[in-house]
Write a protein that binds this ligand. Structure first.
Ligand code: NAP
Length: 308
């Protein structure tokens, strides 16, 4: 457990994890994307501000560029957006050993499988994170919502010992022996909420009303999609779970809506795109999902944003 924990991606979630690990005395390093980002980091004396409920603390977190060292990376947390994972992985690939272990924090599905397919000998763990964090500045992260993290191995191996570091960091995490159903359910919830909030520019609480008559068939399509992936639950239970999330996050703006508003690239391809492609492969007709996907891609194109 003595190896350095590398965190690739100094965004909202990467910074949140970095502050928590560094604060606990864990030997952790951030991997930044550009020389300029590293210069800025150093000009702030490698200090990172963690803000929670109006209180901030400053924590020293070392950072580097992927190519600046040949030090092998044994433990790597990837905290980029799903669409950036492949390029980010390329940047660190020369530093990975055959027995390196990776933990992927991305939302949606598809990026995890791409990493898994590329790294045939390394152990790749998947996570589902419900914390909410955002960046006030390059070295200032706000922990807006305390959540929990489920971690698992798609190959259903037991938890590796080094994850005890997360306990040390005070991260509320649990080992999930069946991580794929967890990620599929989360994807289904995201497909039911995010596209509608983005298309109607509304908060989560308005989703069912804005979707109107298409809401029930949308849930039925998601239910069939989950069943095709071995995630079996009654339609009424899926509906209940989605309504509970809508209620619990009624005042929130989904990440997809936030991305659209800020004119940032969305993770649509790893949420709706992955759902529609998987449905096609399973021979399922999903007209409501397909229509949401098309409408959202059109909206993104109108705004000059990537449609994938
Ligand atoms: P984010 O704030 O956009 O951060 C992504 C970071 O990755 C950016 O700092 C970006 O740097 C960096 N990056 C991209 N390509 C890179 C590369 N090749 N090398 C090094 N760094 C690279 O995104 P986020 O909100 O942290 O989300 C990360 C993932 O976690 C997403 O899949 C998201 O859905 C999921 N998630 C986030 C939260 C949350 O509360 N934020 C909660 C649950 C799950 P540049 O800015 O320089 O491009």
């Amino acid at each position: 457990m003595s190896e350095t924990l590398y965190i690739l991606g100094a965004g909202s979630l990467g910074l949140l994890w970095a502050t928590r690990c560094a604060h606990a005395g864990i030997d952790c390093r951030l991997i930044l994307r550009t020389p300029r980002a590293l210069r800025d980091w150093h000009s702030g004396q490698d200090q990172l501000l963690l803000e929670q409920q109006g209180r901030s603390q400053s924590i020293h977190v070392p950072a580097e560029l992927a190519g600046a060292s040949q030090q092998p990376i044994q433990r790597l947390v990837i905290a980029t957006k799903a669409w950036a994972v492949t390029e980010a992985l390329d940047s660190v690939a020369p530093r990975l050993a055959a027995d390196s272990q990776l933990l992927l924090l991305q939302n949606g599905l598809g990026s995890q499988q791409a990493v898994r397919a590329r790294l045939t000998s390394q152990r790749v763990l998947y996570a589902s994170v419900t914390d909410g964090a955002w960046k006030r500045a390059a070295n200032h992260v706000v922990w807006a919502g305390v959540g929990r993290t489920l971690v698992g191995d798609p190959q259903q191996q037991p938890a590796p010992d080094w994850l005890a570091l997360l306990d040390l960091a005070g991260i509320d995490w649990h080992w999930e022996p069946q991580i794929m159903p967890v990620l599929w359910l989360k994807l289904a919830v995201n497909c039911a909420i995010n596209p509608i909030t983005a298309l109607h520019d509304c908060v989560n609480g308005e989703v069912a009303e804005r979707a109107g008559a298409s809401f029930a068939p949308l849930l039925a399509e998601l239910h069939a999609l989950l069943a095709s992936q071995g995630v079996i639950l009654p339609l009424a239970e899926l509906r209940q779970r989605i309504l509970e999330v809508i209620q619990a996050t009624a005042a929130n703006s989904s990440s997809m809506r936030q991305d659209l508003r800020a004119r940032r690239r969305t993770e649509i391809d790893f949420i709706l795109g992955h759902a529609c492609r998987t449905a096609r492969q399973a021979g399922l007709a999903t007209p409501v999902l397909d229509s949401l996907y098309r409408q959202l891609q059109n909206r993104l194109a109108e705004l000059g944003l990537p449609t994938c």
